[in-house]
Design a protein around this ligand. Structure first.
Ligand code: C6P
Length: 393
């Protein structure tokens, strides 16, 4: 049996999305900026897809959705765009507040910008992996330009207090950005109810294609271009539009939003069943209260069992999971969020992330419970256990 439990890294494409994309990979290959028939005939589908994205976020079309190549580009565009727009012209407004557990596309970009004059405050998570709205608000200074806070964390699934902090930002005249990559399709992301100036998303996290994402920009909060060139996207992001992928992203987003209830009933039930079973294994710690997490995610630490060894045992049995974020998995680093949560270094080296999707079945969960339990027993019985002194430098 093959079971895919790494849906926070990427997801399987929705079959309906694939069908919708296919004609744009075959006969409908025109460039939408061309004036001939080939160009004209792809435009309605492009407009429909953008309409689906506006509806999914519940925003008026006077706001902007800029299509990007991925969430990494969207996050870079906001931070570097604001750096050029505000900080270069008014060095006094050079303060950004974020959390210490953002995705590297935020943290590395801020590191780069802080070497160029940006002042960044990183708010730490508590022992449950949560972020306190008060801590975020307390960090504000008269120089604060932006608060950037993810909607849900990719490692723990912890949902952050976006509604409260963004309302506060609005009241204080501070810009607010959220990386909603792990929230869309899992929780209600309704921008008619939550004040957000910028929002990042990525199609491959909600059963759309890889290599396409978006950045929502509220009217009046326009950013300078990151990519200069042609006049695509109203001159806001140059480069020929990837019609097939945009069409796929539109439908995938619509489908994801339509499945939020299923995610919070059926998928949550399966996640809880799996979590109940594996957390009965002695000396395991699951990060964060269930009610505070996205319905598909478990980050568990199994004392004495190295995450990498566990991963390979599961892999041999056809189960795909991760020790944390996929973009850090090639280096045997400690799980960064676990490191941020606890002082105990063992926690970070014994972390396993299991993330379900709307395609996960009961049969798969039962199989994982059986294999997971046996793998822990096996690894605990042999010497392949975690030892802090063996830490990879
Ligand atoms: N997180 C994970 O295993 P891209 O691939 O650029 O579209 O998405 C980047 C990204 C940005 N923000 C968040 C919150 C994310 O989770 C990700 C991708 C994957 O957790 C791969 S590192």
């Amino acid at each position: 049996m093959r079971v895919y439990l790494d849906n926070n890294a990427t997801t399987k494409i929705d079959p309906l999305v694939k069908v919708k994309m296919m004609p744009f990979l075959e006969e409908l290959y025109g460039n939408p900026n061309s004036l001939h028939k080939y160009g004209m005939e792809v435009r309605p589908a492009l407009n429909q897809a953008l309409g689906e994205m506006y509806d999914a976020l519940n925003v008026p079309d006077e706001d902007d959705i800029i299509i990007t190549s991925c969430a990494t580009e969207s996050n870079n565009s906001v931070l570097k765009g604001l750096f050029f727009k505000h900080i270069l012209t008014n060095p006094y407004k050079n303060h950004i507040i974020t959390t210490s557990v953002e995705h590297p596309s935020i943290l590395e970009t801020l590191l780069f910008l802080s070497e160029n004059g940006m002042d960044v405050t990183y708010v730490d998570v508590d022992e449950n992996g949560g972020i306190s709205a008060e801590d975020m608000m307390r960090a504000v200074t008269e120089n604060t330009l932006l608060i950037s806070m993810m909607w849900a964390n990719n490692e723990t699934g912890m949902i952050f207090p976006v509604e409260e902090v963004s309302a506060f930002a609005k009241e204080k005249g501070i810009l607010f950005h959220t990386d909603a990559v792990q929230a869309i399709g899992k929780v209600h992301v309704d921008l008619s109810k939550v004040h957000v100036d910028y929002l990042t998303f990525s199609a491959h996290k909600f059963h759309g294609p890889k290599g396409i994402g978006g950045l929502y920009v509220k009217k009046g909060k326009e950013l300078p271009n990151l990519l200069h060139g042609g006049e695509q996207m109203g001159g806001k992001r140059a480069g020929t539009l990837n019609v097939a992928y945009i069409v796929g992203m539109g439908l995938a987003m619509k489908q994801a939003v339509n499945h939020v209830t299923k995610m919070n009933t059926d998928v949550r039930r399966l996640r809880d069943k799996l979590e109940d079973a594996i957390s009965k294994i002695p000396d395991t710690i699951v990060v964060g209260k269930r009610e505070m997490r996205t319905p598909n995610t478990i980050l568990i630490s199994i004392r004495g069992v190295e995450g990498e060894s566990m991963l390979w045992d599961l892999n041999r049995a056809g189960i795909a999971a991760s020790t944390g974020s996929a973009c850090a998995s090639e280096s045997l680093h400690a799980n960064p969020v676990m490191s941020a949560i606890g002082e105990d270094p063992e926690l970070a080296h014994t972390a396993m992330r299991l993330s379900l999707s709307r395609y996960t079945t009961e049969e798969e969960v039962d199989y994982v419970i059986e294999i997971f339990t046996k793998a822990v027993e096996r690894l605990r019985s042999i010497s392949c256990t975690y030892s802090y002194t063996n830490e990879v430098a």
